[in-house]
Each structure stands twice: as C-alpha cells, then as structure tokens.
Design a protein around this ligand. Structure first.
Ligand code: PLP
Length: 384
C-alpha cells in the first residue's frame, strides 16, 4: 500500500497488511512470547524472535504512531513513564546534566529531580517561556533538554524551533512530551526536536482501558532503544494492549474533533462566568502565548484549567457537586473528569512547580456539551 499521509487515513489504514493477516480487516492479536525459526535457515532469518523485542501486533500500532508524528520509527512501551524514562536514559551518561521545564508531568519531574541523582545526574528546571532561560541553564555537561508543550496543568508552551536550534548548536539532544497536543495538532520533529514521547493512556487509547506509551524519532535511535532500554528494562508493550491501542487510534481524529469543539464551548462559557477568575486553555485568545501557539499548533484537546473564585473549601464543594464530571486523575478518555491541582497546597510548593494556587483541571469528555455546561453551572452555585 502506498504511504498514507492524512491523519484520518493513517489512523484507519496504516499497517493494514491483508496478505500477512489472511485478509483479516482487524489484525489479530499475536499473543505469543516467541517465534520459531525456519529449519535449515540461519537463526534470525525470521525477523520476529521474541515479543520483548518485537511482535507484529505491536508493530501495527508503531507504524500508525510513527506516521502520525512524521517520524522514521516508533517504539511502544508498557506505559508512558516506561517510554519517558527509556528515552531519557538513552540520551544520558553518568554525571551529565538535563534541562527540563518546571511544568513537566509530575512523575517525570520526580524521576529527574530525585531518582536520577543516584547516577550523578543533575537537572535545572526553567519556566521555559524564553530561549534565554534555556541558554543560561546550559552547562558543559548538559546532554538533554526535556520539554512538555503544552504542559497539562497551565498549558504553558515552549518555542520548539528556537529551543531545538539552541540545543543543536550546543550538541544537546531534545525530547518532548507531546501528549497534550497529540500528533494531530503538533509535530515537534518538524521543528527540529529529536525525540517525541506520548503516553497512549490518554487520547491514543481514548477509552480509559489501557496504560501505554510510545517514543518516536529517527531509525537509529529507535533501533538502539529497542535493543537497549526497551529490551533490557523490559518495559515493552503487551500484544493485547497494542491491539486495544490500534483500536483506539482508528477513531482518534473524530474523537479529538469533538473533545476540542466541546472544550472550546465550555472554556468560553466559563470565561464569562461570574464565579470564575480565569480560564486556562490554549484555544482561548486570552492565553498569553498566542503567537507561539499559532505557529506550532493546529488544534487543541479537551483539557482546560480554571481558577474559580472562593476559598479552598468552596472550590472543594463545587467539585463534589459536579455529577457528570467524575473526580479522577488521568484524562483523554470518553468521560469528563475534574481534579483539584493546587487546592490546599503550600504556596512555596506551588511556586516550585510554577502553578497558581486554587487551580482545578477539567477534562471535557464526549458527553453532550450542554449537559456538561449545565452540570458546571449548577455546581458553581456552591461558590458564593
Ligand atoms: C499520564 C501522563 C504521562 C504518563 O503516562 P502513563 O501512561 O500514565 O505512564 C506522561 N505525560 C503526561 C503529560 C501525562 O498526562
């Protein structure tokens, strides 16, 4: 089949190999640990050896994700964190230095700030709004700049082209958590970023039924990661997980469109609501980094944050009063969710994470948007 380029075509058909799978319109789950070799042929003549290395079901998902990100290759992992930590370990040696953004996903921050110190790794966190901040943070042993744009609590963005150019000039690699934008709305490799990470637990899967992750980059990096970090740490994807992931990817474009449309309507409703101080959403013209957003992104997902008026207790009552928005972490599934991010947090801790106090995050799911608005409206009555 010729190489597909439109996201909708990639999601529906990339990886279709009807001859290989006996005409099955849905590739079967190769739920096997090993692959036998043909007698009389050299060992390894069958490209599939053992599922920790590769497996045809996992490869279908990898082909789709690589094509969506316009990358040479993709490797899938058992979780987003397995992908993140494998990618980071790929780039670092002992006693090296990383620059990361303050608003990076919490466990990624813990990994860099606390866990990796035992290998002599040091990290400098920057807000990341200007190139100068990154430039100032560079040390002689800096090996990696780790980005997350947009971040998933306040949707701060970084200049992908500018940071990549700065990194290249200083022989530093760049990696980005692109989960929030999804490859449909932002392709960091085309701005010069070296490696993209996605958790597939969010929109890729889309049904809150898998925990999974992926890395996308050039063929050499991906081959090395397959044989080293993925194979040696063993954070490979399970074939059944890959099958569910491929199933989710087929409807990604149509789901995202609905998430975006509903989130924008809700963001505008909340922006005009008397009980709300501020709405943070990259699709609103009030987002302070509009120029960069317009340059790098072509759409937005269903995540937004709000700063309601009122005390922590009143905000907590508002959250409890919501009925369609369940209280829960994670996001990207069919269901609407709400989570208090910095309510009850010490100001010092919130500052360290570059987050405002009283922040609440919403994930806008696939329910009827007017039902969601009515739910928010009645719950906001809890705030006097
Ligand atoms: C959930 C999440 C991760 C971690 O992914 P897991 O699949 O849960 O390991 C990483 N980055 C972002 C932005 C996330 O939201």
């Amino acid at each position: 089949m010729k190489k597909l380029e439109k996201p909708e075509d990639i999601c529906t058909h990339t990886g279709d190999e009807y001859e290989k799978f006996m005409g099955a319109v849905v590739p079967p789950i190769f739920q096997n640990s090993l692959f036998v070799q043909e007698k009389g042929k050299p060992y390894g003549s069958n490209p599939f050896i053992y599922t920790r290395l590769s497996n045809p079901t996992i490869e279908v998902a990898e082909q789709k994700i690589a094509a969506l990100e316009k990358g040479e290759a993709c490797r899938c992992f058992s979780s987003g964190m397995a992908a993140t930590t494998s990618g980071i370990m790929h780039y670092l040696q002992k006693d090296t230095h990383v620059i990361a953004v303050k608003n990076v996903y919490g466990p990624t921050r813990t990994f860099l700030e606390e866990y990796m110190t035992k290998w002599g790794i040091s990290v400098t966190f920057v807000v990341g709004n200007t190139i100068e901040e990154f430039e100032k943070a560079i040390q002689s042993n800096t090996k990696l700049i780790y980005l997350e744009s947009p971040s998933t609590f306040i949707f701060s963005v970084q200049d992908l082209e500018g940071v990549s150019a700065l990194a290249k000039a200083n022989h530093i690699s760049t990696m980005i958590d692109n989960t929030c934008a999804t490859p449909l709305y932002q392709n960091p490799l085309s701005f010069g970023v070296d490696m993209v990470m996605h958790t597939a637990s969010k929109y890729f899967g889309g049904h809150s039924d898998i925990v999974a992750g992926a890395l996308i980059g050039n063929q050499a990096d991906m081959d090395k990661i397959m044989l080293e970090e993925r194979s040696l740490f063993g954070g490979n994807m399970d074939p059944h997980q890959a099958w569910l992931l491929t199933r989710g990817l087929r409807t990604l474009p149509i789901r995202l469109k609905q998430h975006e449309q509903s989130a924008l309507k809700i963001a505008k409703f909340l922006e005009n609501h008397p009980k709300i101080r501020q709405v943070l959403y990259p699709g609103l013209s009030s987002h302070p980094q509009q120029d960069l957003i317009k340059k790098q992104m072509t759409g937005f997902c269903g995540l937004l944050s709000i700063l309601p008026k009122g005390t922590d207790q009143e905000i907590s009552n508002f959250i409890d009063k919501l009925s369609l928005f369940q209280t829960g972490c994670s996001w990207g599934g069919f269901e609407s969710l709400v989570i208090p991010i910095t309510c009850g947090m010490e100001k010092e801790v919130a500052d360290h994470l570059n987050l405002p106090l009283g922040l609440v995050r919403l994930h806008v799911g696939l329910e009827n948007v007017d039902s969601l608005i009515a739910d928010l409206d009645q719950a906001l009555e809890e705030i006097p």
